[in-house]
Design a protein around this ligand. Sequence first.
Ligand SMILES: Cc1ncc(COP(=O)(O)O)c(C=O)c1O
Length: 427
Amino acid sequence: MANIAPSAEAAALSFGGEMELSPGQARAALSGGEATFDGNIRTVASGRTGLKLIAETIAADGPGTVLLPAYLCPSILQPFCEQNLPLAFYGVGEDLAIDTEHLRRQVAELRPRAVLVIHYFGFPVVGLPSRAAAPDQVHDSTAREAARPPGTVGTPRPGRRAPPRTAAEDDPLSGAGSRPWLIEDCVQGSWMGDSPGVIGGVGDFVLTSFRKYLPVPDGGLVLCRAPGVVLPRLAPAAGGFVQRRMAGKVLRYRFLHEETGNRRLERAFLDRFQEAEAEIDHRVPRCGMSQLSLRLLNHLDIAGAVRQRRDNFRTLLDAVEGGTRLGDFCQPLFSCLPEGVSPLAFPVRVRGGARDRLRRELAARRVFCPVHWALPEEVRAADFPQAHAISADILSIPIDQRYDTADMQDLLHRLNESASATMQNMA
Ligand SMILES: Cc1ncc(COP(=O)(O)O)c(C=O)c1O
């Protein structure tokens, strides 16, 4: 077992973990106005609630498969399973780009009702299908059957030259006959209901979840552009999930800033968060964003959060590419930061099978790095080796708006120390 005693320098500051809420922020949530959203946007309690509304729309339209990327958060399956919608997967490359050839084959073979894409870590996914359905394409099963062109699946006969692809054929979703709905999952950042943004501009449905990105107990958005579809307005969440997460956030603030080292307090907030997750894992809530979170949202400096996340991302990118210990065996998944992206984290791939060891070393120095994600069993390693290869060595380093430039230097120090300790233990 690695030597994971905390270093002498391990300071009180923790990196990562749930975003805490100060008493001042909590008080603000008890008064003041609520954030509002225009157009065909609905607020939702969580990302899964957004997916639930979409899944209900698909199920109401008739039976049919939903096609998901093989690299995904297991919780995405839940709302579709609750509606008994069959699921299938398409491949994603080791750079997290859509395997467009596999997507095309899956669409032609399975004729799905909907295809979901994920903008991983808030970066525009490579291979995103272009703008949605032509206006005359109707999402109705009769129209779907009628529109299905005969003999569209299959390879060209030997001796015959395949004709050049038309623009429509180039679209990986075109082989379904009636074009499937496109769902853009923006839960990992960069989309706050704004249009046009760097992502979220083409989907028939677009969704996000604020609680990954901002210090709010719940909340998210779902936008619908599908012609003729109006999503229901949901009553605001008010119950256990919101209250437990709110309590967890306030307790965590106390633990970090007032009673550092109080293990009982630490246990208390971890328990609140776990109970809240268990509640929503059991059944996806069918509620809108709580009034608490809508008020908090009105007070938060979102532009500042975006700026800080971008600055912090760049600091780590420069360090990893600039010959640090960390850079010796961590490879960033994204080596540039396009305009408009506000990333969830700084994801790296850890070489040499050392991910879990490095993660433990980091935790010993109070740097808590999640793994996005351990894949659900429905994605079989034999079918999707690339997705499983990423899942085995990916690690998300925190870069969120809680940390300023000085904090990032502290973080870098801990990262390099952890990298050295990991290497020593591997030698
Ligand atoms: C990409 C992605 N989509 C959707 C979800 C579901 O969001 P929520 O946990 O807010 O329901 C998650 C959860 O982590 C996610 O990572």
